[in-house]
Design a protein around this ligand. Sequence first.
Ligand code: MG
Length: 367
Amino acid sequence: MSLKITGVTTTLLRVPLAQRTITDSQSRVDAVEFMQVRVETDGGVTGFGMNWSYTPGLRAAQVMVDENYVPVLVGQDPFMRKELVRRMFFTNHFVGRVGAARVGIAAVEFALWDVASKIANLPLWRYLGPARDRVKAYSTDGGWLSWSVDELVRDATRLVERGFDAVKIKLGRLDPREDYERIGAVRKALGPAIRIMTDVNCAWNLATARYWGAKLADHDVFWLEEPMPPEDVKSHAELQRSIPVPIAVGETIYTKFAFRDYIESGAVRYVQADATKLLGIDEWLEVAALASAFNLPIVPHTNVQQKLHVQLAAATPGAILVESCYESLNEIWVEPVTVRDGYYTLPEEPGVGLRLRDDVVQKHRVG
Ligand SMILES: [Mg+2]
């Protein structure tokens, strides 16, 4: 079958959170930006891709798509995905090999996968080849840094009552003793059977991470996420040698080469690769294969792109969990995935499934 791309369009949205404003150690979040990409083909199949950010500035990725990638794509065969990604990538050589440049490419790449899996008439996970037919979830939706201890305990308890047996709590208060006490209060309320993950969002230095990271073991913490800036592989390796709590990183790691450095130096135990930060699904699969060869579990990071990562996890033997976050944004998608009794259900409609509802696009469009 031969197809040609006849047009590529982008739309930028800013969608307010329906829940109260939330914070981690770096950000205050009251809205999420989305860029939707539509790839039209002469076969009548339309591919939908998107990328997202809860920090402002996704317009930079939109400019990349509109000015650099559309000229590469129009008139080409959408099945030549890897070649098209290579060509798009080199249009950025002097303006950004990571960050917005990749975020834009990933959005297009998802749309190309969407075309291919729709033509195969299969949902992405079945198209890739499943390792499982349901995916275990853990929740980040109750652990925000701005919550009081009472709110933390109440929300974590509510999530466990809904069927989650693993919850993540944000760390990075100005005084780390407060972090320690907050985790202690949640552990006391939930009991020993529930897994508690922690996430610093890069706020600590090595001295703080070594001292307080070690003490988290008192509360049987399952992992310590992004303790320090992600560029500093060496400090993460030193930290992991000195504390028993496993380190999780990946949500702000943009290349397979950076993942290689983390994995090879023993600086990560839970690999949180996110296809929206890499060059898309193909590079995510490469990182997953790398992690597998080092016998490390993959736990995809997701904020709003659960439907994508649930499907990648279903097709990846070493993917043990997928994050559940911003559940209040579920309704913006055409056919969202949801969690029941601690597990995601997998979609059955053909394609990647990252299509935002048309009325949501109209209502929240900013560019
Ligand atoms: Mg995180």
